[in-house]
Design a protein around this ligand. Structure first.
Ligand SMILES: [Zn+2]
Length: 264
């Protein structure tokens, strides 16, 4: 599932390729979105010029003057740029296309967990914002008994982290994913803060992670590179050389991988 670095990679490509272009047509391809497609929100964009793309957490917004369109890639959604005109019916799982007179942006979403339109939910700070500090983590975790990994993936606490980057940050900080968040010591909060910023920055620098069968690709169809830097996610042996373990109890509905030697 695309997380902050993958969505930021998409945002940068779209901002470069589409800013200043005028939306010439919208083709909504299926009437069966996971949530119904806001046709008015889409068709109202025709004739408008793109002023940029913004990102908050894992949400992307196409900006066109005072209008905007919120997009969420869900589990396996992909935004693809093509030079072919909109309306090619042979593209599978295509939910909508936005034509820019010569360029087309396609939203392909096989599992239909993607989201189009609607307001943005409430988010915690962005990991690379100055508002995100060890003190912020201390306050956010105060008295919380929930597993640290669950809170890191809670978008209302901190924006943008999912399974991959939370798993990697906890490994780098030497903290087990099942630890009650409120019990972390000051030094651990500082390590965790640094580790989160490191993995997010690396993820963006390497243009995201391409793992799993629903592998992420950027709008040009190119894979990311962070998968070559993961220390434990999707591995049996950690980069530390130890055999990895999984939590018996699920955290955020799945068992969490960790190194029983390096993570306390
Ligand atoms: Zn280890």
């Amino acid at each position: 599932m695309p997380e902050l670095p993958e969505v930021e990679t998409v945002r940068r490509v779209l901002e470069t390729e589409l800013t200043g272009r005028t939306i010439t047509e919208i083709v909504v391809r299926t009437p069966t979105f996971y949530r119904p497609p806001p046709r008015a929100a889409l068709t109202g964009l025709i004739g408008k010029t793109v002023t940029g793309f913004s990102r908050r957490g894992k949400f992307l917004s196409l900006l066109a003057g005072e209008r905007s369109l919120v997009l969420h890639l869900g589990m396996s959604g992909r935004l693809t740029l093509t030079d072919r005109p909109a309306g090619n019916r042979s593209v599978k799982h295509c939910r909508f296309e936005i034509g820019f007179g010569g360029k087309t942006l396609r939203f392909v979403d096989p599992r239909r967990f993607g989201r189009v339109g609607g307001p943005l939910p409430k988010f915690g700070p962005e990991p690379l914002d100055p508002a995100f500090t060890p003190d912020f983590l201390k306050a956010a975790f105060q008295g919380r008994k929930a597993a640290i990994k669950a809170l890191l993936m809670d978008q209302g606490v901190l924006a943008g982290l999912g399974n991959i980057y939370a798993t990697e940050a906890l490994f780098r900080a030497g903290i087990r994913p099942s630890r009650p968040a409120g019990r972390l010591r000051r030094a651990e909060l500082e390590s965790l803060h640094e580790a989160i910023r490191f993995v997010i920055r690396e993820g963006i620098r390497l243009r995201g992670s391409t793992l799993d069968d629903e592998a992420f690709l950027d709008p040009y169809g190119k894979p990311g590179g962070f998968q070559n830097r993961v220390c434990i996610y999707g591995r049996r042996e950690g980069a530390c050389g130890h055999s990895l373990a999984k939590t018996k109890r699920p955290i955020a509905s799945r068992s969490a991988v960790y190194c029983p030697v390096c993570q306390k």
